[in-house]
Each structure stands twice: as C-alpha cells, then as structure tokens.
Design a protein around this ligand. Sequence first.
Ligand code: SIN
Length: 538
Amino acid sequence: MSGANRYLVSFDAREMLHRFTDILIIGAGIAGIRAALEIPSDLSVLVVTKDRVTESNSSYAQGGIAGVLSPEDTFENHVEDTLIAGDGLCDRAVVEMVVHEAPHQIDKLIEFGTRFDEENGQLALTREGGHSHRRIVHALGDSTGFEVMRATIAYARSRPNIRIWDETFTIDLLTHEGRCCGAIVARSGPDKLLVWAKQVILASGGCGMVYRETTNPPVATGDGMAAAYRAGAELRDMEFMQFHPTVLYVAGSARYLISEAVRGEGAYLRDVHGERFMLREDPRAELAPRDVVARAIFRTMERTQHPNVYLDLSHLDPQMVVNRFPGINRVCKSFGLDITRDRIPVRPGAHYMIGGVTVDRHGRTTVPGLWAAGEVTSSGLHGANRLASNSLIEGLVYGTLCGRGAAEAARRMPPAMTAWPLRYTIAPSEDDTRLDIADLTASLRSLMVRKMGIVRDRSRLLEAKEDLRFWCRYALRREFDGKAGWELQNMLTVARLMVAAALTREESRGTHFRSDYPQRDDARWGQRHVTSEPFVAL
Ligand code: SIN
C-alpha cells in the first residue's frame, strides 16, 4: 500500500520511557494467555491489552471448543469435517496437528481451573454446523469463552513472571534491521512508551469492527494485522471474512450472537412466512457449514424482501432450552422474547477473520523475532471457511507453540537487551482541517457491508477500492494522538487489504462468494493467496 506512514506516530527513542521484558505478548485473549502460560518462570513476560483484560473475542465465545472426546468419534472424522468446511484450502498437516492436540489442550484448560458443563459425570458434548459428531465442550451453557478466560487469566495472574497491563494500546511493532524488537505502546492516554523484548508474540485478535454488523466487541479493529503489515509481515487470505448466520436482529440491541449450538440442539430456521427454507437448500439443512447457511439466509431475505429470518425453538423441550442457553435466554427476554415460544429474529453478521498474518507450523511470522497466534493469523487451519468451534482450539494450540518457540529463541539471545536509538517523524499535515473520526469510521463500516458483504462482484468491489483509496489518502498520512484515530487507520488498512484480495480471487469458495464468478475454480484458485499489496512507507 503506497503513501502510508511506517509508524502511526512520531517518536524519538532517546526521549522516551523504556521497559524491557524477555517476551512481549500483544493481546490477552485465549491465544495470548495460553502463550504466556507456556513460558518458563525464569523468563519475564509482559502481556498488553488495549481494553480491560476481559474484553476479547475469546471471552464472548458462546458455542465451545471442538475436540475428539467421545468413543464414537475419531480424529479422522474431525479432520475430515474441518477439510470439508474449509472448501479445498485447508493445510492438511496443520489440520491434523491441531485436531490431534485438541483433547490435550482441553485437559490443560481443566487443569488451569476451567469448569466445563457435564452430563452424568462426563464432559457434555454438543454439535454445531459442519460437525458429523457431538464433539464440542461448553461451559455455563452458552458462555464458554467467559468461563475459559476467567480460569486462564486467574491462573496467569498467579504466575510471578507474568505481568498483565490492561488499557495499553499497541500503536506499532518496533523493527530494527528487519527484526522485531518490541512495540510502541500508549498506556491510559496518549503518553507513549517503548517496550523492548527479545521476542514478540502477536495475539491481538480479529477485525470484525470493519463491518457495521458484527458479533465482535468494539476492540476488534484489526490493530495487530495492520501493525504487522506496517512492520513488513506477510498477510494472507484476507478475502475470507466469515459471517455468522444468526445474529439477533431487533432494533436497539447490540448485534448479539445466537450460538450455532442452538441449531446443534435442534432449532429450525424459518423465513417470514414460516417456511423451513434450509430443507431445500442443503441436505444437512440447519447444520450445513456456516458459509452455506449464511448465504441461504441472505438469498431468503432477498426473496422474501424481509430484513431477517427466524430461529424457532418452540418444538424443543422448554426446560432443556432454558438450562442449555441461559445467556441467550436472558438477552432475548430483555427484548420481550420468550425463546421457548417466540421466533427469534436473526440475520448474518461479520464474525471471524480467517485471513491474517502468515504463520508457519511453529507460529513464526515472516518477520524475525515476531510470532503470532489466534485470529490475527492465517495458519492454514480454516481454509476458506472455519468449522464452528475450531477457533479457540487454534488459539490454544498456536498459543502453546508460540510460547514455547519464543521462549527457546529468547534463551538463545544475549542476556543484555539493547534499546536502539530509533526515531520517526511524521510531517505535520498541510491541511489542519479536523477529521471527524466517528463519521469516517461509520462510513467505512457501512461501505464494507454494502460492497464487501456476503455476496460480492467486481463492480461493487472496484467502487469499494476507490472509496478506500480516497479515504486512505488523507487519513493515513495524518498523525492522531489517541485510540479512535489509530483504530480508524488500522481498520482502513485492513479493509483495503480485504477488498484487494476479494477482487483478485475470481471464483467463489467458502466465505468468499462472487456473483460474477459463482463457481469454485480449482485450476486457477486452488491455493491460498498472499496479499497483493506489499506495504510501502512514505
Ligand atoms: C457459536 O457459538 O455459534 C460461535 C462458535 C464459533 O464461532 O466457533
């Protein structure tokens, strides 16, 4: 991307406060915390997160964590389901590694203090779309992420070598002679600090906030992807944003996720006329993979000219429904909906970014000294469409690999650390017109829904590209002094990469559907693709 600054802010290392740590971890979701827990106690670890430590996509995960835990299931089944959902783009070796590691990671979570739901003294297992067997563990009914993060954060806090800084925004990754050596951060305000580290692990999550309709919390603004891009890291698969089929759609509600486990337990999808439309869309009906269900809902909304479809649980045992989904029940009740009787209005929303920073099978990025795990990455596990409940497990497996690998690499480095005399200056803008950050952010999020949504085509993508190019030209050259401006710059950067990737892939596959190229085309597009626009600093 030409015309952008290498760093979002001006700084001069000789005039700043410094902090040194063996390992810096950016992000306190499941991948970041799991990485921290893998680092031996003689190495210092600093975990930074831009909001409260509980504010991550991981904490909001409802459905659960997939792993082969029942005698009726096999690793081969889980591998096969993941490959089918991934629509030809998964890296089989990565899938096999993660699937085989999953039961051990679930045991570790129990060891860290997680209390999963049980049935007759055994872990209770549910199903979700695309899974051939019951293999998803869950907690507090439908608040799995909350319980997992409660336990792992408490465990991490008990370790003397791990420090957690919340309210700490990572503005950029520091690089010196092509190697990542730390980050420039802002703690509780615009004052900046340089954190120098022997190794850096990026676990900063996704970018759902680039869409107006998303299940993600406000923190998901793609900061890690954009910072890695500016630092020269390779990104991949950016056209694959996964839309969750069922997001609560009532005026006045934040876009609240209605877990796929609801369909896993037998709920039906109906159109405004009451028809169970999934029956004629796919033999797997409501339990088809997410991309299939999201597109079917989109078509149904167009056909019926109605802004949503409905989830219907009225044929299920009411006691099971309220016990199994206490969180969803509570939220729906607050809008006057009784989920045991009333139909729940839902429509798809941006949910999970499959693409991101390229990592190898150890979690190494293409920038020496920089590792990455979780939603910020493209590991090859998800292919073109992530199988439900395969994301927390990816964060756990790659968090572990990154923690282990970064610790070994840090040990091989000299004990003393260097603070390089780095400096960077952004020329003051010639035009001092104040930019309305909220307005531009809203325009971006709305553009992405209209032109880079579930169904795309060349002409709308070209319009999106042009709008983004225009906005980037004046927004990326400026220097902001706070989070809202930096987040906007990061979202613009990520959105531009997404649109460029979507334009390039002239086929339909997984979450990427081009109405002008509606077929999958293995001959031309049977491989994953690296972002076509390398970063070029001003
Ligand atoms: C859900 O509960 O439907 C979300 C699970 C996931 O995204 O894997």
